[in-house]
Design a protein around this ligand. Structure first.
Ligand code: PNS
Length: 159
């Protein structure tokens, strides 16, 4: 069983994330999309809300499941028999940080990180950008699925 994890904050999940998840699902027997707390970021949605939003959008991929984690990613990989961490790289600006994390994770545990090139149409896309645009009533309909667009509007309106 070749099992991979797609880890992230997913606050909220975007079409960029979903593209990487779908493509990873073609390369592995099982893909776990795991929502982690990123201590450096404050979040708009709870972990449970983020998991639910992902679940709704990955249900069509039969070898993908959704989970959450709150410790070190490498410990999660060991506990769940995950051989590879899959990350999307949007641009060279992602590279320094991602390489550093991949090397720390490799050194600590031997878990490989595999980078997938983000589709060019999503290269500028991030959850932070989506939240910023949505906050100012910008159009994010090409960046997130419709239900997440609605959830963003409600949360930003304080509901
Ligand atoms: O979507 P993000 O915020 O870029 O995802 C970052 C994430 C959650 C993948 C990263 O912060 C992470 O791996 N967190 C788990 C704790 C951990 O293992 N930290 C990295 C040690 S180098």
């Amino acid at each position: 069983m070749r099992r991979a994890v797609c880890p992230g904050s997913f606050d909220p999940v975007t079409f960029g994330h979903l593209d990487i998840i779908e493509r990873a699902s073609h390369q592995f027997d099982e893909v776990i999309v795991t929502v982690f707390v990123n201590r450096k970021k404050s979040s708009l949605f709870t972990i449970e809300e983020r998991m639910q939003m992902i679940q709704e959008n990955v249900a069509k991929f039969k070898n993908v499941r959704v989970d959450s984690g709150d410790g070190l990613l490498v410990e999660y990989c060991k506990a769940n028999k995950v051989q590879a961490i899959v990350k999307g790289l949007r641009a060279v600006t992602d590279f320094d940080y991602e390489l550093q994390m991949a090397q720390v994770n490799l050194q600590g545990s031997g878990v490989e990180t595999m980078f997938m090139a983000t589709a060019p149409t999503h290269s500028f896309l991030s959850s932070s950008l989506v939240k910023e645009l949505a906050h100012y009533n910008g159009d994010v309909s090409t960046m997130v699925p419709p239900s997440i667009n609605e959830a963003l509007k409600l949360r930003i309106a304080g509901k």
